[in-house]
Design a protein around this ligand. Structure first.
Ligand SMILES: *Cc1c(COP(=O)(O)O)cnc(C)c1O
Length: 418
């Protein structure tokens, strides 16, 4: 059953329905792209305003009196809770790309005698580009490998592998991979793992400590809703910290930054990974965004995005099958993350048509339509609406749904009302 009434019934029974009020989503917009840029949490403007006032009133003293210097580790620990990481192992700041560079070189330096960097061949571009650069920098041999083949690769030549780089979620298809199992296999071969959690944190239960993960990175602007260009995060397992020789030895990673010493001596604690001056405006936005996760369990978030995905697929079967679409995401709940990806030869035109009607998702090459479900603000009614609008656009002889006022505002069309 995929009627609007069913969607409304599911929304009424949804234990997370209340968290939608914590987000400021324009009326009339169905937002299914929170896996690319999370929606605005209502607490963020207030938090930004507070930091601006601290800056105005306390000037340089803000670094100490307002706790700015410790913000990377303080906010990092709050992200760590969502990663299954005990305090003192996560730092927030910089972009995922920068954190990934720092993590990859740090990981490779933990295995100086080894020669291979094994990485996810279908990974996000920044991961592949940085893997390539780090391999050139350190003289490592790059070996691309699909996530599904990682364990077999480690079986075959694991003794040569210094670092494994991959992700629990395929950013295009939403397919899920078992990073605990790959980590265990990598450790048996003596390799170190670096996981990119951009599409996982805030959407899926993670247990980095329990899984024995070595290093991980991820971004603050997707499911964490920290805002455009929000600080990313780096996790380094406590057992590696003392030996971790990071390439980005910024002054704020020093044990005594204000001693301005001649030589670098890394801090003993996680502030060793702070690099430079914390981006306080964006860190305060991310920190406020994390408030929404307080009192919400990641298991409930996962239960809901699993159910939203199932409902989307049921709607797909009923309304979209036969209109040229393919379902790219695996059907089985345990193999699918918090998004559903469809293929269609006219993916771009269809997504433009959806946007013009207030439904936002995104398109990824070659011809994929991607719909992300942030459990904190996406409803079953949103999904029903998105799929029926999409069906109307794809069926040439059906009535095409009209552009809404909200959509006109969104795409910047002037709408003159007489
Ligand atoms: C979004 C995303 C990134 C983004 O990197 P930034 O440097 O923070 O822009 C990196 N990796 C993956 C897997 C992503 O999905």
């Amino acid at each position: 059953m995929t009627s609007r009434a069913t969607a409304e019934r599911l929304d009424r029974a949804d234990p997370l329905a209340r968290t939608r009020a914590s987000f400021d989503i324009p009326p009339g917009v169905v937002y299914l792209d929170g896996n690319s840029l999370g929606a605005l949490p209502r607490g963020v403007p207030r938090a930004l305003d507070r930091t601006v006032r601290q800056w105005r009133d306390h000037l340089i003293k803000g670094w100490t009196d307002d706790g700015w210097l410790d913000a990377p580790t303080r906010t990092g620990d709050r992200v760590g809770r969502l990663l299954g990481a005990a305090p003192g192992q996560t730092v927030a700041g910089d972009s995922t790309s920068v954190q990934l560079f720092n993590a990859l070189v740090t990981a490779a330096r933990l295995r100086p005698e080894r020669t291979v960097l094994l990485y996810d061949a279908d990974g996000f571009p920044t991961d592949r580009y940085l893997a390539s650069s780090v391999a050139r920098l350190l003289g490592l041999e790059l070996r691309p490998c699909r996530m599904g083949d990682m364990r077999a690769a480690l079986e075959a030549y694991g003794q040569e592998v210094a670092v494994v780089l991959g992700a629990p979620v395929d950013f295009r298809t939403g397919e899920l991979f078992d990073i605990a199992a790959i980590t265990a296999r990598a450790h048996r071969a003596g390799a170190v793992t670096v996981w990119d959690l951009c599409h996982a944190a805030g959407a899926l239960p993670l247990s980095l400590d329990a899984d024995g993960v070595d290093l991980a990175v991820g971004c603050g602007y997707k499911f964490l809703s920290g805002g455009p260009g929000a600080p990313a995060y780096l996790y380094v397992a406590r057992r590696h910290r003392a030996a971790a020789d990071q390439p980005l030895t910024g002054w704020l990673g020093h044990a005594a930054p204000f001693a301005m010493a001649a030589g670098y001596r890394p801090a003993e604690d996680m502030s060793r990974f702070r690099i430079g001056a914390p981006p306080m405006l964006s860190l305060s936005a991310l920190d406020a965004a994390l408030d929404v996760f307080d009192g919400v369990s990641v298991e409930d978030i996962r239960a809901k995005n699993t159910a939203l995905g199932r409902f989307f697929i049921e709607c797909f079967d009923e309304h979209l099958a036969g209109l040229g679409f393919g379902l790219v995401t695996p059907r089985a709940a345990e193999r699918r993350s918090s998004q559903v990806t469809l293929s269609h030869p006219h993916a771009s035109e269809l997504m433009d048509g959806l946007a013009a009607r207030g439904v936002l998702g995104d398109v990824r090459p070659p011809a994929l339509l991607r719909f992300g479900f942030n459990s904190l603000y996406v409803s079953y009614t949103d999904i029903h609406h998105a799929v029926t609008v999409l069906a109307g656009l794809a069926a040439p002889d059906r009535h095409r749904p009209a552009r809404t006022d909200a959509a006109r505002r969104l795409i910047g069309e002037t709408h003159v009302v007489q």
